[in-house]
Design a binder for this molecule. Structure first.
Ligand code: BGC
Length: 762
């Protein structure tokens, strides 16, 4: 056995000493190495490479994997996830490399979604920065920390376009817009993977969930999806195509069905679209038990679904072990071919070569790094600054904000003193007790200069059973069992003594995230009663809103003078909130998802179609597309966000309003900071294609720039548009642009825009 193992190691090491460059035959040297290695592998060992069990340090699904060490020894494991820490990872890798017959190293993965130990804002918040450098930077830091702790593969970014805030996982995505999500997709992949995947501080990304996972019927998690192909291509696929173009190493197949076939077993999606149309060369992993779940989708028994998944192009099986246990039988019964097994095995081995794991299987297991590169003061400072830039100022009547750094503050609300909820959902590796609460953040910033009076004031929900469901994963809500009246009375009594009331309210961290769908996204009624009582004191109230999804806050908009949406800002949230509340940072975030008036308006999104009977005048009009009970307007539109300063936009200047073929349209606007504070503004450019061979959206984001403008300064912001920006998939799913009339719109959010009309001919 020992001799065999030494031989195996030397073969593997010899094979790994070359590169990823193409030879004269068009193959890379890694291809040749994989060929040589695969020639040594038994069928069982090949199937082992396709197997991804969970090591169980964290739970991200209901089924557990068992007997992992024995399986690694037998060559039955290709990768492992949810194991954390250099020592544990080194030990598992040692078993693979030294005790399995061929010594093939394992991949170690984890859901590093918005930071590792240093936690950044939840992705929905991070996306509201509209700052691609900063988003890339957050992924870079996450990769540095995760690789310092032994990991090499993250199941991120989640780039599912979604227009349904009932679906709790909107918190983990980048919002409703295909263009913005695509830009974020590229930035995240660049951040994780860097320019060289074989470095020991870069990690392989996994774009998920391919595809349409963000469009479940009624927003219910894992529910059926049914969508036209033209919508898939124009609206839901672009972020994935962008990730592929950016060189993402892996994709994860979604749980949902597409045209009646679960994504995991959908050959059209995983092979025709992904490989043949887009040229993806990495590997596809199923979602957690996604292969097995095809049984419950009604696609047959394990033998059949395992065959379906592999044949479709799902290369690695997460947790089901259906590939491991059934594909040999499937081969014997001619349900699959040896070629498809080899194809999947090859893709996975290639990834291991590219990562340099054959050169050094322990390259991510450096305890010096784990001791010095994780949760560092530098990383935390960056997280604090990024968090502050993710906050969206929704309202600031009478310039209540920023607050004075003196006097007495009444700090109330269920999120005011809850450090453990600050990280937000999907932060599996975080040490939540080290996060900074709002109370702590204000104390850190202001010390003795202010008096802070604190009362919780309300629980998250009046229903204890509902609250128990979101008091999970190490993020307790610390329910206060006193009556609602007593809680409110206590809050009002301190509010009366204060100069200003800061109310940290909204959702708990786990009110959103996976399997946290809600049929109602209204602001919790018990918290609204607290707000009413606070407002009645006559003191100024600042609502610091915590949420992992757009909430229906029409009443709050109408009644509360100042609202700062802080999402879940990550480990440094409290300090970042204090920075913005007291004016050390001027808020610059812009919404990446529309806020509806009520749950019934969902789905509501800015880039909708016009319909044949659009409401063009005032609401209400009979026989027009509108509702009897509420108008079509959102509470806050896509792209919206205020600042402590004000910006004024000039009319648009264009080099021409009649363009031809390959000409470049050059546009500019002058944006003046007309207030008295320096700030950052996201200047947004939208286009409407007035006539098409198919109906086109009323507006589509095509470009944006985040610019710093000093108080009193005017900046000219320029854009260049070519016909590439006008392209879309037509009825036949051909991609191209159509000559005709266009409306160009530039402004501060999707419904406050300057416009010009132009004609673009062939
Ligand atoms: C989620 C994935 C995640 C996986 C592994 C699943 O439940 O849908 O996004 O990567 O678990 O934790």
């Amino acid at each position: 056995m020992r001799t065999y193992f030494v031989l195996a190691i030397s073969i593997v090491v010899f094979l790994s000493s070359c590169g990823d460059k193409k030879t004269a035959t068009g193959h890379t040297e890694y291809d040749l190495k994989v060929d040589s290695l695969m020639a040594l592998m038994s069928l069982e060992e090949k199937l082992g490479q396709l197997n991804l069990p969970t090591a169980g340090d964290f739970t991200t699904g209901s089924k557990k994997s068992t007997g992992i060490v024995a399986k690694i020894k037998e060559g039955k494991v290709g990768a492992l996830f949810n194991l954390s820490g250099v020592e544990k990872i080194r030990a598992a890798q040692k078993v693979a490399v030294e005790e399995s017959r061929l010594g093939i190293p394992l991949l170690f993965g984890m859901d590093v979604i918005h930071g590792y130990k240093t936690i950044f804002p939840i992705p929905l918040g991070l996306s509201c920065t509209w700052d691609m450098d900063l988003i890339e930077r957050s992924a870079r830091i996450a990769a540095q920390e995760a690789t310092a702790d032994g990991l090499v593969w993250t199941f991120s970014p989640m780039i599912d376009v979604s227009r349904d805030p009932r679906w709790g996982r909107v918190s983990e995505g980048a919002g409703e817009d295909p263009y913005l999500v695509s830009e974020i997709s590229k930035a995240m992949v660049r951040g994780y993977q860097g320019t060289d995947l074989s470095q020991n501080n870069t990690m392989m990304a996994c774009a998920k969930h391919f595809a349409l996972y963000g469009a479940p019927e009624a927003g219910r998690e894992y529910n059926t999806v049914d969508m036209s192909r033209i919508r898939m291509y124009n609206e839901y696929f672009p972020p994935f195509k962008a990730a592929v173009d950016q060189g993402v190493g892996t994709l994860m197949a979604a749980f949902n069905e597409i045209d009646g076939l679960p994504a995991t077993g959908n050959k059209w999606l995983l092979t025709e679209v992904l490989r043949e149309q887009w040229g993806f060369e990495g590997f596809v992993v199923s979602d957690y038990t996604g292969v097995d779940e095809m049984i419950k989708h009604g696609l047959g028994d394990t033998l059949r679904v395992a065959s379906l998944g592999l044949d479709a192009g799902c290369d690695m099986d997460m947790v089901s072990e259906a590939y491991l246990n059934y594909l040999k039988k499937a081969l014997d019964e001619d349900l699959i071919t040896m070629d498809v097994i080899d194809r999947a095995c090859r893709r996975i081995l290639l990834a291991k070569y590219r990562l340099g794991l054959f050169d050094d299987p322990y390259k991510y297991c450096d305890s010096n790094r784990s001791g010095s590169e994780i949760f560092t003061p530098g990383n935390r400072a960056e997280a604090r600054s990024i968090a502050a830039q993710s906050f969206v100022l929704l309202k600031n009547e009478g310039n209540i904000l920023p607050l004075e750094k003196s006097g007495t503050i009444a700090l109330v609300g269920p999120m005011a003193d809850n450090a453990r909820n600050m990280a937000g959902t999907w932060s599996v590796a975080g040490d939540f007790e080290k996060s900074i609460s709002v109370r702590q953040g204000i104390e850190n910033l202001l010390g003795e200069n202010v008096d802070i009076l604190y009362a919780k004031g309300s629980n998250i929900y009046s229903d204890p059973a509902l609250e128990a469901l979101v008091s999970v994963f190490g993020k307790p809500t610390y329910r206060d069992n006193r009556s609602e009246e007593v809680l409110i009375r206590e809050a009002v009594s301190i509010a009366r003594k204060a100069d200003v009331i800061v109310a940290a309210m909204g959702e708990a961290a786990e009110s959103s995230g996976e399997c946290s769908s809600m049929t109602s996204i209204e602001f919790p009624d018990n918290q609204r009663r607290l707000l009413e009582a606070l407002l009645k004191t006559g003191k100024p109230v600042v609502l610091v809103l915590f949420n992992g999804r757009p909430l229906a806050i029409k009443w709050e908009k109408e009644n509360v003078p100042a609202i700062l949406d802080v999402w879940f800002g990550g480990s440094e949230a409290g300090d970042a909130i204090a920075d913005v509340l007291f004016g050390d940072v001027n808020p610059s975030g812009k919404l990446c998802m529309t806020f509806p008036q009520n749950t019934g308006q969902i789905p509501i999104y800015y880039n909708s179609k016009n319909t044949g009977r659009p409401l063009e005048g005032d609401w209400f009009e009979k026989f027009k597309s509108n509702y009897l009970d509420v108008s079509n307007e959102p509470v806050y539109p896509f792209g919206y966000g205020l600042s402590y300063t004000t910006y004024e936009y000039s009319e648009i200047t264009a080099n021409s309003t009649t363009l031809k073929g390959n000409e470049i349209l050059k546009l500019s606007v002058d944006v003046t900071n007309s207030g008295d504070m320096d700030g950052k503004e996201v200047v947004q450019l939208y286009i409407r294609d007035m006539v098409g061979s198919v109906s086109r959206p009323v507006s589509e984001l095509k470009d944006f720039q985040k610019v710093e403008i000093k108080a009193g300064e005017t900046r000219t912001v320029g854009f260049e548009i070519t016909t590439d920006d006008l392209k879309f998939y037509n009825y036949n799913l051909d991609y191209g642009w159509e000559p005709g009339d266009f409306k160009i719109m530039i402004g501060t959010n999707s419904s406050d825009l300057k416009t010009i009309d132009l004609n673009w001919i062939k």
